[in-house]
Design a binder for this molecule. Structure first.
Ligand SMILES: [Zn+2]
Length: 214
């Protein structure tokens, strides 16, 4: 294992893929396996959802995760909680100070509201989530509040939210260790109207590592 980007992962690399700029992706991650997401070029928001593999009515819950850890930011050690109150995964390591779970996912509708009608035809994260979800029989009502890996959404003392320049950089990563069998869904955010992707969406790398299954 000479690739420094794989340092610290379990021996068996079960998957190693590039998600192109603006693209969607989903994959099963079994309990005990680690999903590493690498921000290859820096400042690339990675919108993220998780569903239980065996019962997808159990899914990631931003509000339960925030309530459980009494903090709005996701950092090393954060346990990501499901809608049933169960641990779905834990952030076993990250080289970014914190990640967001309150900024939501961009959509054609929110783009037109924020940035004008000329953005109506621009591809957005909700469309990516719908494409991935359709493969599993899920629709728009199954899209819940998501995680934004590598996205910087500071909250000021008076509660004001911002979507500002990222604090990520080329090669930084986040590791998620699954605590249950789950399906991870990614929208590699296509947004070009605010700085969440540095106005230039770029590819990310995903690696799933664990112990060889027989
Ligand atoms: Zn987006």
């Amino acid at each position: 294992m000479n690739d420094p980007a794989l340092a610290g992962l379990p021996e068996a690399i079960l998957l190693d893929e590039i998600i192109p700029a603006r693209a969607e992706w989903d994959h099963t991650v079994h309990a005990g396996e680690t999903l590493r997401i690498i921000d290859l070029e820096g400042n690339q928001a990675v919108d993220f959802l998780m569903y239980g593999l065996h019962d997808d009515t159990e899914r990631y819950s931003a509000q339960d995760t925030i309530a459980a850890q009494k903090n709005i930011f996701l950092r090393t050690g954060t346990v990501l909680i499901s809608s049933e109150g169960n641990p779905m995964a834990q952030i076993s390591g990250t080289s970014v100070a914190y990640h967001d779970t309150i900024g939501g996912a961009c959509s054609c509708e929110s783009n037109t509201l924020r940035y004008g009608h000329h953005t109506k035809a621009q591809h957005a994260c909700v469309e990516n989530f719908l494409m991935s979800s359709a493969r599993h029989g899920r629709g728009k009502r199954d899209i819940v509040s998501n995680i934004n890996w590598f996205m910087n959404v500071p909250v000021e003392a008076d509660g004001t939210l911002g979507i500002v320049d990222g604090i990520s950089a080329p090669g930084l990563y986040v590791d998620l260790k699954a605590r249950m069998d789950l399906v991870a869904v990614i929208s590699n955010c296509p947004q070009i109207n605010n700085p969440c992707n540095g106005f230039n969406p770029t590819p990310v790398r995903v690696v799933i590592a664990g112990y060889a299954r027989t």
